[in-house]
Structure formats: C-alpha cells, structure tokens
Design a binder for this molecule. Structure first.
Ligand code: AMP
Ligand code: ZN
Length: 114
C-alpha cells in the first residue's frame, strides 16, 4: 500500500534491522525499543489493523504468531518469557496502520498496562 511505512520496509524501500523474512512475514527490530529485546512481526500483506483481518487470513495470523515465538526463543527469551502485543486503533494505542505484533523481552513487565 502506498504511503504505508511498514509496506515500505517490507518492500525494502526503507531500511530496517531485519531478523527474519519469508514469503509471508518480516521481523525487524523496533526503532524505539522499549525493552532489551523489542521486535515487530509484520505480515507482508497490508492489513491495517487486527480488526481488518478476514477468515482467509487465519493461516497467516497463525504463522505470524508462530514465527514470533520462534524469534523470541532465538533472542534468548525462552526461559523467562516475553510479552506478545498487538495494539489496535485509537484505544489500543496503534500508531502505525499496518498490523504488527510487538515482542518485548529481557525486561520484567507489569500488568495492567498504563
Ligand atoms: P504501534 O504503536 O503499536 O502502532 O507501534 C508502532 C511501532 O513501530 C512503535 O513501537 C515504533 O517505535 C515502531 N516504528 C516506527 N517506525 C519504525 C521504523 N522505521 N522501523 C522500526 N520500527 C518503527
Ligand atoms: Zn502497509
């Protein structure tokens, strides 16, 4: 999608610190990390928010989550865990309108969020 930041990263038009890439997803480090490990798992297909996912995106969403835990393990988060977060629209605090899953690790996080 034109003028979408994450589409531009997926298309290699804007650089990112890529940790993993396949036909369906790209994984790259968050540019403003909120934890020692903070990466984003992004579908290559433009889906604006999780609310816009359709039935035929189910396998893609499963793949997204599976790759997230795989990279989290590679980043050393298996033993102590990590947080897997999808922000959605205004109330969810989403700022980039291309679906992405945050993974934050190597820092103790608390609940509920502020
Ligand atoms: P959200 O608020 O859930 O939409 O998260 C968007 C995330 O994208 C934020 O954590 C930003 O720090 C991150 N971000 C914005 N621009 C870039 C970029 N060029 N490369 C990597 N991460 C980015
Ligand atoms: Zn996009």
């Amino acid at each position: 999608m034109q003028d979408c930041l994450f589409c531009k990263i997926v298309n290699h038009e804007i650089p990112a610190e890529v940790l993993y890439e396949d036909d369906l997803v790209m994984v790259f480090k968050d540019i403003v990390p909120q934890a020692p490990v903070h990466f984003l798992v992004v579908p290559k297909k433009h889906i604006s928010t999780i609310m816009d996912a359709e039935q035929n995106d189910s396998a893609l969403l499963g793949h997204l989550l599976f790759q997230a835990q795989k990279i989290a393990k590679e980043q050393g988060c298996e033993e102590k865990g990590a947080r897997f977060v999808i922000n959605c629209k205004t109330d969810g605090g989403q700022t980039v309108n291309h679906l992405h899953l945050h993974v934050l690790g190597k820092r103790m996080l608390y609940w509920p969020p502020g």
